[in-house]
Design a protein around this ligand. Sequence first.
Ligand code: ACO
Length: 401
Amino acid sequence: IDVKALRGSTKGVITLDPGYKNTGSCESAITFLDGEKGILRYRGYSIEELAEKADFLEVAYLLIFGELPNQEQLDKFHADIKSHSVVDDDVKKIIDAFPKSAHPMGVLSSLTSALTAFNPSSVNVDSEEEMYNAIVRILGKFPVLVAWTMRKKQGLPLDYGDDNLGYVENVLKMMFKSPNKDYEQNDILVNALDKLLILHADHEQNCSTSTVRITGSSHAGLFVSLSAGISALWGPLHGGANQAVLEMLEAIKEDGGDTKKYMAKAKDKSDPFRLMGFGHRVYKNFDPRAKIIKVAADEVLGDLGVEDPILDIAKGLEKEALEDKYFVDRKLYPNVDFYSGIIYRAMGIPVEMFTVMFALGRLPGWIAQWKEMRMRKEPIGRPRQLYTGETLRAFTPIEKR
Ligand code: ACO
């Protein structure tokens, strides 16, 4: 395809494709996915191999810069991130101003946008060096916002973790350290979170990533583009599904564990209820991330010695759906969000924080996509429409309406 020629043209036929089901918005060399075969690769590396062998920071580097880092590159990247791991003290005042009942995704989106005010140099970034500085800045500060969003809800002091720890280790310490007892690192939690973050790190042109790219295409700054992505992720049809899945599984448990009743509800077209965590726009055979997370859920709960009846309910629903004509005909299978919440819950993360954890994982992907869009000098994103409203009408004065 001659993309340059396409770029110049606004005279072609306008295609109408609600939900962009068949419309490519860009060229991208970051993430490959084949929905029919259930393949997901970051920069050519399979998600299965990355989840098993890499850590989250290596994957972040891979997504953003295109290659796996050697030790020296990784150390420098981490050191640069750590040099930006303090947020302006006034951010605490903003957090204080939110009601305790505020949903963490709203708080996180606001704080990410607000960081622009404290880091104005992150807005006009044209050179690779300016981009790099903005990128390590947000990678350093975002985990603080994530942890403080949770700590605010729990009435805990807004403290930092320990920069001598690894990136993911530090996130956990910032989230879970308590004024009442010494913090002890739990390697099961570190490994589980590493894996979950890697599995969420990018997923090509999904709703939130497209939002980041289109916001950034107006040359709005990186942080506000990310903030827009966080808002898009919040919805229950996208990242918010992980919270919705757990609430659904809880409701089924409370209702006596009758999965058949909820299967029937999901199939009833007069009922808006959907089986949360099922279905995907692109995966039509299985979601490879869900396969890995299902196995991880068993392992993590086993390692932590947690017995959670909702894991059995989840497995029961999956089994029934796999044998159900409605679900089979529509190719509806568990997606990444179906089992992730069960692991987050076993880790002691509150349900309302689940989508925030997704945002933490997706951060490198959003950054990589934003950087690619800027470096390729993509034009401003501006879809067309087919107008269906009134044609020309004469103005009616207010007293005659
Ligand atoms: N439960 C019951 N029926 C469903 C479900 C579901 N979870 N998902 C889709 N369907 C049905 C639809 O009613 C529709 O049926 P019809 O053809 O008889 O009208 C058919 O399957 C196709 O569904 P669409 O909504 O057209 O598919 P689309 O690709 O637009 O939506 C989506 C994909 C949003 C993921 C959808 O499957 C859904 O709402 N799932 C539940 C929410 C969820 O888990 N979201 C997380 C997705 S993964 C992520 O974003 C990280």
